[in-house]
Design a protein around this ligand. Sequence first.
Ligand code: CU
Length: 116
Amino acid sequence: MKNSIKTVLLTILLTAYGYAFSQKANKTETITIQTSAQCDMCKHTIEKAMAYEKGVKKSTLDVPTSILTVEYNPAKTTPEKIRKAVSDVGYDADDVPANPTAYEKLNPCCKKGAHK
Ligand SMILES: [Cu+2]
């Protein structure tokens, strides 16, 4: 009887430990980035770039505020890499300015001031 209680306790302990470990491996962090996006086309361009970005799980750009919310795996990427990916498609990302070459290629309606 005593031994079976020990077995049960050990099983519970190992299950809890395994669960904690798997949670750590699947860790997701979220960042918000202020971008220079202005319309649905910008949203599409940035979210598409995020879909191809390594370590990014989900991204949503809110057009009215131009804020990009990104869920990512911190073991695979960093906020710096994510901001650079946004810059590389032609948009400012917080203090990282848009890549000038990519910005020049943007549709005219997506350039700064086009909607003001
Ligand atoms: Cu646009």
